[in-house]
Design a protein around this ligand. Structure first.
Ligand code: S3P
Length: 434
């Protein structure tokens, strides 16, 4: 077997112009949910336009371990499930790879399903906090054991009966909320969840389409146990988080025009759009209101950017885009502040340290803060040796920075992009003129 070379680095030079039309991969968050929620329902569902990066492939592998059939024809998946009552006891550990969404949502699914299962992940995932899901599940009666006093993977889930309860989740995390909603479906009584701020609501939208009743009052939700789900066909829009790299490249480059087609525009997810607009980005939105999730085509052009403050309730709805927003901020007039974003430190890598270290190597004026960063702009960036730290979004944010920098950059472990956007470097080469 050939092992991936962690030293493998992509060389990226300055683009003289940026032009083209782009179709981003299917939304990763929605694809995970289309797989995991349809696995809870007995019967067949089709998922069209699925994202098929490494993270979603991890969800597929875990479901197969539970006896759910997932077949693939291009980007169309067919899920055939016996329903949550018919899962097989997995013969080996369920490998979530690099995917926090897979592991956290799967814990919610496994907690009350009556089977023994072990979940494992790669080195990065094994260091990420799982207590934020496992602890509230334990309060519902789940029997979950793991490393670090039950806070870290590998985690073993023993069969248990769950009871609904009231849970205050201290972080605005869609993964935690979704895990608790999934567990709440299989629990007796009502599960009430409150979070400090709203987070992406793809789970709530899909559960409603599957016939479940979820009561929503701002950042408070409740779900009754014992509801049966109907399988639902899902047409997955393009991933906004992947589109964000092109939006920043288009807005920051002096000679650019890009059209990004069929992008998911759920407002609890696309918080980067209003931020880029207030920074002065020229983005035209051609919205398609049809479908359970809003979507549309985005056209971005070279823009004179100005600084902004990003923080508070805005953070959960743009959390994954902060590394590339920091790149935009290096090109914006004035001081951009990103605060209340300490969650970035427990992503696939510490995205604050990784972003600040890389951009500083390129000559950016950027300071690290415990919960964010402060960036002075505009600064012409210069090519440098960069490091993805094995994080797909850091790799892509730095590739955007390299495309607007003078001279050549090298990004160590650029193959990390496979997690969410395997075609990224091919597309970058296609739209950038050398
Ligand atoms: C996700 C939620 C977010 C996000 C992650 C995907 C999801 O994580 O960062 O990439 O699909 O629910 P948190 O829920 O931990 O904020």
């Amino acid at each position: 077997m050939e092992l991936p070379d962690p030293e493998a680095a992509s060389a990226i030079g300055a683009a003289s112009a940026v032009r083209g039309r782009i179709q981003v991969p299917g939304d990763k968050s929605i694809t995970h949910r289309a797989l995991l929620l349809n696995a809870l329902a007995e019967g067949r569902a089709h998922v069209s336009g699925a994202g098929l990066g490494g993270d979603c492939r991890s969800s597929i592998a875990c479901l197969r371990g539970l006896g759910v059939s997932v077949s693939r024809d291009g980007d169309r998946l067919t899920v055939d499930s016996p329903g949550s009552g018919g899962f097989e006891e997995p013969a080996g550990p369920l490998d979530c790879g690099n995917s926090g969404t897979t592991m956290r949502l799967l814990l919610g699914l496994l907690a009350g399903c009556g089977r023994f299962a072990v979940v494992v992940g790669d080195e990065s995932l094994s260091s990420r906090p799982m207590g934020r899901v496992a602890d509230p599940l334990r309060r519902m009666g789940a029997r979950i054991f793991g490393r670090g006093g039950g806070q870290l993977a590998p985690l073993a889930v023993n069969p248990a009966s769950l009871s609904g309860t009231r849970i205050n989740v201290p972080v605005a995390s869609a993964q935690v909320k979704s895990a608790l909603l999934i567990a709440g479906l299989g629990a007796s009584g009502q599960t009430r969840i409150s979070q400090p701020a709203r987070s992406r609501d793809h789970t709530e939208i899909m559960l409603a389409a599957m016939g479940a009743r979820v009561e929503i009052d701002g950042a408070e939700l409740s779900i009754e146990g014992g509801q049966q789900l109907d399988p639902v066909d899902v047409d997955v829009p393009g991933d906004f988080s992947s589109a964000a790299f092109w939006l920043v490249l288009g807005a920051s480059h002096p000679d650019a025009r890009l059209r990004i087609e069929n992008v998911g525009l759920n407002p609890t997810r696309a918080g980067t759009l209003p931020v880029l607009e207030r920074m002065g980005a020229r983005i035209a939105i051609d919205a398609n209101p049809a479908g359970a999730e809003p979507s549309g085509d985005l056209t971005v052009e070279s823009s004179g950017l100005r600084a902004t403050d990003i923080g508070g309730a805005e953070i959960p709805i743009l959390i994954d885009e902060l590394p590339v927003l920091a790149v935009a901020a290096t090109q914006a007039e004035g001081t951009t502040t990103i605060r209340d974003a300490g969650e970035l430190r427990v992503k696939e890598t510490d995205r604050i340290t990784a972003t600040v270290g890389n951009l500083r190597a390129m000559g950016a004026r950027i300071e690290e803060r415990p919960d964010g960063m402060v960036i002075e702009g505009p600064t012409p960036l210069k090519g440098a040796r960069l490091d993805s730290h094995g994080d797909h979004r850091v790799a892509m944010a730095m590739a955007v920075a390299a495309s607007i920098a003078d001279g050549e950059s090298r990004i160590r472990d650029s193959a990390a992009v496979d997690i969410s956007y395997p075609e990224f470097f091919g597309e970058l080469g296609r739209v950038c003129a050398a």
